[in-house]
Write a protein of this length. Sequence first.
Length: 154
Amino acid sequence: MADATLRRELHAPVRWQYAALPWRRAADGRLEVLLITSRETRRWVIPKGWPIAGLAPHQSAAQEAMEEGGVRGKCGAQPLGSYAYEKRLKSDRIRHVEVEVFPLRVDKERRNWREKRQRAKEWFPPEAAADLVDEPGLRDLILRWAAAETARRG
């Protein structure tokens, strides 16, 4: 890559995505987190996407959760935090992306949804979910959220 191109990419504005951390309580009261697979690499991730015109960030996150994971529920308007990752674009360029994550307490799970044939999904205890995701920032965010949610419930 030419030096000028590398300098432009390093100084490119940060792009933002919005994600949902879908969660529920199992019948025995334990926390569970829903992970889905990415379409291309099949890595475990949480539902996320680019901002959707006309929707607030947490509403965009909730929409992504429905499209990618087939889940609905109450999505908090306050983010849990954010994490960063490097996204490979269709042009084969790499873009630094910051992902703001919103909690989504799942109350409905559909049998059929938009991306069902493109992704797998599974519920995990938070510690297992944290071990399965690749991004260290997302791993830390899941563990911090689980500790706070456990403490909040008492």
